[in-house]
Write a protein that binds this ligand. Sequence first.
Ligand SMILES: Nc1nc2c(ncn2[C@@H]2O[C@H](COP(=O)(O)OP(=O)(O)OP(=O)(O)O)[C@@H](O)[C@H]2O)c(=O)[nH]1
Ligand SMILES: [Mg+2]
Length: 381
Amino acid sequence: MVNITEKIKEIEDEMKRTQKNKATEYHLGLLKGKLARLRAQLLEPGPGAGGAAGTGFDVSKAGDARIALVGFPSVGKSTFLSRVTKTKSEAASYAFTTLTAIPGVLEYGGAEIQVLDLPGIIEGAAEGKGRGRQVISAAKTSDLILMILDATKKAEQRRLLEAELYAVGIRLNKDPPNIYLKPKKAGGMKINFQSPPKGGLDEKMIYQVLKDYKILNAEVLIRDENATIDDFIDIININHRKYIKCLYVYNKIDAISLPHLDQLAREPHTVIMSCELDLGLQDVVDRCWEELQLMRIYTKKRGDDPDFSEALIVRRGSTIEDVCDQIHRTIKETFKFALVWGASAKHMPQRVGLSHLVADEDVVSIVGTKSGTREAMFGKV
Ligand SMILES: Nc1nc2c(ncn2[C@@H]2O[C@H](COP(=O)(O)OP(=O)(O)OP(=O)(O)O)[C@@H](O)[C@H]2O)c(=O)[nH]1
Ligand SMILES: [Mg+2]
């Protein structure tokens, strides 16, 4: 049997050789589908995949969220970890200083975020070069990827890294495609478009790729007019896809010119820093917090000052009800009203119900019907 990696290489070569035009569109679509299937096989442990290929490092999740530091060797990942957390991760001028995953804790106004320093990855990581696959598996478990880039290196480093992550099914700063696909036992193919497609996806293409996946009966509804064949292939392989936010962080700006720095800083989802000069680090941390879309809610007992040492962490868009659930699952049963101080309150304090939307750093006091249970209602139980 030909090795999966070799088959992948063959398809990639054929794709490179094939000119993109109307006539080759369907053939290229089919090749993309095959490629995605092989890559999924590569990540699955089992015969042909070379053992437990998809497992990451043995670091348990801790804190309110996890951030993974991903980048080529020597870009400053470990230096960054040592600067923003109390953990010291060895940093040195030679490549591959870090050989395993090193967790640190970033404290942010009462929230605790786990930051994972990872070994540097190299081109071909997706196919298993170096510790690439392990690093990428660890990145897949994170809520945010910090792609650490060396500002002194060529611009293509970013594209190369993105390609590695793409190959293992990580989609950065993107929502899952708005496509409905339901394979059926019988009934043939029912393919519908909510509005005429603009992204080059058509019935023939969908039919052909599904057939290649041995799906002959299915219901398909393309809800997004801009959906592409890549999006459709992602939907077929949705169990192997992970949609993760990514912040691009250019380090070592102490070593580049001002115009270059200015240009980098203008790229979307990008921050710049110098770990060496301790420049821009707080900016990076603030941006991380923003990207995680979390909020810190502080609780207050009646008559006491708010407790700012510990925060309840809820997702953006949360209500008082979510805050209650975060404190204790039974607290809603005796809930009467809540008092809120902070950005979400019209006046201080505002008396609100369960559906009130809270804001980051709000102070909340929950008042229950039974005075005996009040003690249990404040703070983490
Ligand atoms: N000029 C400059 N050098 C830096 C900066 N940050 C880190 N370095 C240097 O870059 C080198 C690599 O730093 P590390 O933190 O070990 O890099 P890494 O990304 O963890 O590398 P691996 O573990 O090998 O993947 C070290 O010599 C650091 O002193 C910076 O802001 N400016
Ligand atoms: Mg390192």
